[in-house]
Design a protein around this ligand. Structure first.
Ligand SMILES: Nc1nc2c(ncn2[C@@H]2O[C@H](COP(=O)(O)OP(=O)(O)OP(=O)(O)O)[C@@H](O)[C@H]2O)c(=O)[nH]1
Length: 478
């Protein structure tokens, strides 16, 4: 395998002509490809416009009033629906871009509705019917440009979002545009083609400016990419309307391009509605993945912390707070585990029962604090005298037990003797006090002295009390 792979390695490195690693090069190529695909997608209507411009038969027309009325009615209702969804997003996020987009959709719907409603006037006053189209596109293009200019601005305060008055003012303004267009359609200036062309050309220029600014500001969030493609479609639709004559194929194509852009933008709005209710803070897949990784790392570290805390709590719950030795509960668990191990064929274990001699008189003579210090030192000395895996437990006031896994009684006796000697030769210190103490120890072995925990501990206890009765400071193992 290596012989085959080896020549490929320098080849892969040679791919890197600009000092980029191969993965960066591939990334650059794929990102460029995606940009080209998006640009191609946005500009696809241009090829249709060019096709009709060069090959359209000027005699061909499709003048169908009912169809036009239905199409514009659908567009108007869709416009009002999108206005509502965009407004809901704005109410939630307060994003100024969404405020202006809501106004753009609302203005478009209120003006464009008359383009459909006045279809019947096409034969009497064509301008009354036609002019509402460019007027609605111009108004929407303007408001979408302002929307882009407000991209990334601070969200509006909640009380501002809920005010109805500004919305009513804007509705009034849009209705005024309706009236102005009707007046223009009845005035002599309407015969000047510059009127319609300036409105449509204005919409085209503003859409082009909008896309240029988007590209210059390098705004690449997923919804703003949709915004850019849609605005490009609006601009191209205006271009097609400029080149069209009412009812010819270019004219219908212009409607279709505009509708495509409109529905694409409405898709973006609904995406925002279902996610962050915002156009600027919706995340790309990469950002989401990075955030997910961050959150996962945070959760994992919190889990580790929780585990550490749980272990600490478990340790605390199983430990005697004064001496740090295991408590009775933990000791019993450990002995039971040993019993199971022995039952599975393991070597026997032994236990030692230890009781400090005449501890009451230490307390009486030196005080309780000194007694406490003696107990602490006693545990330390025991731990030092036994093996690391043997455990010391405090099972009563000055009563302790030591578990000696895999230890027969004779070995337990030797260990107990070592503990006894260490304690008897220790100088216990507490403040300025120095004192000595002794310990009595009883030992028992699993199997030999019983198989159940109660039996084994009882025998150890019995021997401990024999040690006491025989004069203390001694070990009894049989
Ligand atoms: N300082 C201190 N003393 C304790 C603690 N727990 C129990 N004691 C004392 O330990 C003493 C145990 O005394 P006894 O059970 O009479 O036995 P002893 O004096 O050790 O005599 P023998 O066991 O017969 O050798 C009592 O005085 C208890 O108050 C503790 O946590 N700290």
């Amino acid at each position: 395998m290596n012989a085959i792979l080896a020549p490929n390695v320098p080849f892969a490195v040679r791919l890197d002509t600009n000092g980029r690693s191969p993965t960066q090069a591939i990334r650059f190529v794929t990102e460029s490809y995606v940009r080209m695909v998006l640009a191609g997608f946005a500009l696809a209507p241009a090829s249709l416009i060019a096709y009709l411009f060069f090959f359209q038969n000027p005699a061909l027309k499709f003048e169908h009033h009912a169809f036009h009325i239905v199409a514009i009615a659908v567009a108007t209702w869709a416009g009002l629906f999108v206005t509502y969804v965009t407004w809901r997003c704005y109410r939630a996020s307060g994003e100024p871009l969404l405020r202006w987009m809501t106004l753009g959709f609302l203005g478009f719907a209120l003006i464009y509705a008359l383009h459909g409603a006045f279809t019947g006037f096409a034969d009497h006053n064509i301008w009354l019917f036609i002019l509402y189209g460019p007027a609605s596109r111009l108004v929407m293009a303007l408001l979408l440009l302002v929307a882009l200019l407000s991209y990334g601005s601070t969200p509006d305060a909640v009380d501002r979002r809920t005010k109805t008055r500004p919305w009513l003012t804007w509705i009034g303004l849009f209705l005024l545009v309706d009236v102005v267009v009707a007046a223009a359609a009845h005035s002599p200036i309407v015969s000047n083609p510059a009127l319609r062309l300036s409105m449509e050309g204005g919409a085209l220029a503003i859409s082009a400016l909008n896309v240029t600014m988007l590209l210059l500001r390098r705004i690449r969030s997923p919804l703003m990419v949709i915004f850019a493609i849609s605005v490009t479609a609006f601009g191209l639709a205006s271009l097609a309307f400029i080149l069209a004559r009412p009812w010819n194929h270019m004219w219908w194509l212009a409607h279709a391009i505009f509708a495509a852009g409109f529905f694409l933008l409405s898709y973006g709005v609904v995406q925002a509605f279902h996610t962050t209710k915002s156009f600027s803070t919706i995340y790309s897949q990469e950002e989401l993945m990075a955030r997910l990784a961050d959150e996962t790392a945070r959760t994992e570290s919190a889990l580790r912390e929780l585990q550490r805390t749980n272990q600490m709590l478990e340790q605390l719950a199983a430990t005697d707070p004064l001496t740090g030795a295991s408590n009775r509960r933990r000791f019993v668990e450990q002995v039971e585990a040993e019993i199971h191990r022995v039952k599975r064929g393991g070597a026997p274990f032994s236990v030692l029962a230890l009781d400090l001699d005449k501890f009451k008189s230490i307390n009486d003579r030196y005080g309780h604090q000194v007694g406490d210090d003696v107990l602490k030192t006693f545990v330390k000395k025991c731990v030092a005298a036994i093996r690391p895996f043997d455990g010391v437990a405090r099972v009563g006031g000055e009563e302790f037990m030591i578990l000696l896994p895999q230890t027969a009684l004779e070995a337990a006796r030797i260990i107990a003797e070592r503990v006894r000697t260490v304690i008897a030769t220790t100088s216990f210190e507490s403040g300025t006090q120095r004192l000595t103490a002794t310990v009595s120890i009883g030992a028992s072995q699993s199997g030999l002295d019983g198989d159940a925990i109660d039996e084994i501990l009882r025998v150890a206890d019995k021997r401990l009390y024999s040690a006491k009765h025989q004069g203390r400071n001694r070990v009894i193992a049989a």
